[in-house]
Design a protein around this ligand. Structure first.
Ligand SMILES: NC(=O)c1ccc[n+]([C@@H]2O[C@H](COP(=O)([O-])OP(=O)(O)OC[C@H]3O[C@@H](n4cnc5c(N)ncnc54)[C@H](OP(=O)(O)O)[C@@H]3O)[C@@H](O)[C@H]2O)c1
Length: 359
């Protein structure tokens, strides 16, 4: 029986997944070329500035692709960006059918499907669109909003606390949860903490105990005013790049610059996240603490929750909680969480889902 478009597109989707976490600010794309029911080659988008999936797959095929079909998870780009337009390479190759999943939401690059159809190729759009859109959710979100996709992560007790009233927090979650969190870090472009966590925990925010590939996430601290420099600050190590975002200039900010840190002044919390996205950080892991989480919920910056809930109770009016801010006035104003995933990790429960802000 001839294989369906869905069959080949799933192979292209699996190719795309190989580039996850490494292509931003470009989208994550996979491609496969097929003729007479046989795969001639596969490819996926390389880190920024490298080949798009269409070019990779054409390079990976031995011999001619004349009359063959291309399955690609995103509409081929129609204009020169950092690399030449993929539609030109497709037209030059002699391919006769192009099937794509997601349409390109980037107005600067869209229209590739139409261009190919006008040039006489057969073009089919929208095959496995939902899966392909999901793969590039941060990229699509950035094109629509100018903001990065923000995952609000925390390890918490059953009563929603991130630390005790003495600010002791290590470790709330178990080994399995921490391992899972490192895998998520690896898929993110930046890891963000607030000044409280930065000063209290002196976190290294590196990816550990994971089969690392590609780039290391940028580590970021956000504060209204830069804290005082302190000895052995792990952000100053060479393991990863580091940046501060501040809302007010100060002598302390200059002292950090003198120590070699990149300190960026913005006029609002949202502007800090916009700056991150404009620099290619399209998926951001927000690791707390409770006050920065609160600000990011209240300003509708966070998009997804990622909780590791340990079977302990911490209690305490002064203990930091996940949303350590004003909160909502009435239950009908509560944020809802959609597409919930739950997974047992050792003794903990991982809960993940998409935030829906009230209208
Ligand atoms: N269990 C966990 O997963 C977890 C994770 C992280 C931290 N923790 C614990 O949480 C505690 C620290 O949490 P925290 O809530 O005190 O501190 P935090 O959220 O890390 O940092 C608070 C600071 O963030 C900055 N900030 C907050 N809202 C802002 C806004 N709208 N714009 C700009 N900057 C803003 C402010 O800096 P300024 O001071 O300049 O105003 C504020 O003081 C520690 O005990 C730590 O161990 C636990």
């Amino acid at each position: 029986m001839p294989k369906t478009h869905e069959h080949w597109m799933k192979i292209a989707l699996a190719e795309a997944a190989k580039g996850l976490g490494n292509t931003h600010p470009n989208p994550t794309v996979g491609a496969v070329i097929v003729r007479d029911g046989q795969v001639l080659g596969k490819g996926f988008t390389q880190p920024c500035g490298g080949d798009h999936a269409e070019i990779q797959v054409l390079k990976n095929v031995q011999g001619s692709v004349v009359g063959a079909s291309l399955y690609v998870t995103l509409e081929p780009c129609s204009r020169q960006g950092r690399t030449p337009a993929c539609t030109s390479a497709i037209l030059a190759s002699g391919l006769s059918l192009v099937v794509f999943a997601s349409s390109d939401p980037n107005p600067a690059m869209a229209g590739g499907g139409k261009l190919l159809a006008e040039a006489g190729l057969k073009v089919v759009a929208g095959v496995c669109k939902a899966e392909a859109d999901m793969l590039n959710r941060p990229f699509f979100y950035y094109i629509q909003t100018g903001l990065p996709w923000v995952i609000a992560k925390a390890a918490m007790s059953l009563d929603g606390k991130l630390a005790t009233y003495t600010q002791h927090s290590q470790w709330i979650s178990g080994e399995d949860s921490r391992q899972h969190a490192h895998q998520v870090r690896q898929l993110c472009d930046a890891i963000v903490v607030g000044a409280g966590t930065f000063v209290h925990d002196n976190p290294s925010l590196t990816v550990r105990n994971v089969n690392k590939q590609g780039k290391t996430p940028l580590r970021v601290m956000m504060a209204k005013r830069a804290p005082k420099p302190f000895a052995d600050c792990k952000f100053l190590s060479s393991e990863a790049e580091s940046r501060f975002y501040i809302l007010e200039e100060s002598e302390e900010a200059q002292s950090w610059r003198d120590l070699g840190l990149d300190v960026v002044l913005c006029d609002s919390l949202k502007a800090c996240f916009k700056h991150l996205a404009e620099g290619g950080c399209l998926q951001v892991l927000l690791e707390g603490g409770g006050k920065l989480h609160a600000a990011c919920f209240e300003e509708r910056i966070s998009n997804e929750i990622l909780l590791y809930q340990a079977p302990i109770l911490i209690g305490g009016k002064m203990a930091i909680s996940y949303w350590h801010g004003l909160g909502v006035e009435r239950i009908e104003n509560a944020l809802k969480v959609n597409h919930i995933q739950r997974q047992i990790l050792g003794d903990d429960m991982m809960i993940r889902g998409d935030i829906v802000y009230p209208a």
